[in-house]
Design a protein. Sequence first.
Length: 219
Amino acid sequence: MLLDVDVHGWSCLVVGAGPVGTRRALRLAAAGARVVVIAPAATDALQSAHRDGRLRWERRVVEPADVDGVRLVVLASGSAEVDDRVAASVAPEVLVARSGDATRTQVAFPAVAVSDGVVVTVATPDRVPGLSRWVADRLAASFDDLVGLDPDGRRLLAELLAEVRSEERSGLPEDARAGGVDWRSGLDRSMLDAVLLDHIRRGRRAEAKERLLACLSSS
């Protein structure tokens, strides 16, 4: 299965804190999972996440008892022997993700192409990580070329869209919300509107929202 389910609140164990283990751990933590990473050494990014309280890193060798009570185990130690030993201790109802061994993994992590404001993931049928990453990188470049926004701009655009959507569903007076929005055609106009994109690039939030409302509501 692809990891496209809501993992918020899941108890997850990540074995290994190299580049792969770090990516998996940070992604799970960002999705709201309770993540424990066990490894003798860790990347700077993972150590930073541990200091910030986004996850917990235990600097030691993993033990079979560490899998007790978890819902997902990510094996990314870089040692087939270590991964096999941990997997042998996992209960049948626990999901296991084996990095680098697509033939025996129960969970595949799609490659993330764009993650600022908009999340685009890529997974190949045969779960070939290299191919997924290659496609994801090119999708990310294409997305940047399409709208011409940097990460801050993408986040601002996503925030404004969320505000408009929330107002549309709220009890605000009719003249203060974007009632009757045709989101399909409205988003197409918005993403290609030079004035809106310029306001976003310059960080002009109020002007950008006003222009966005005009793009979404125009017939």
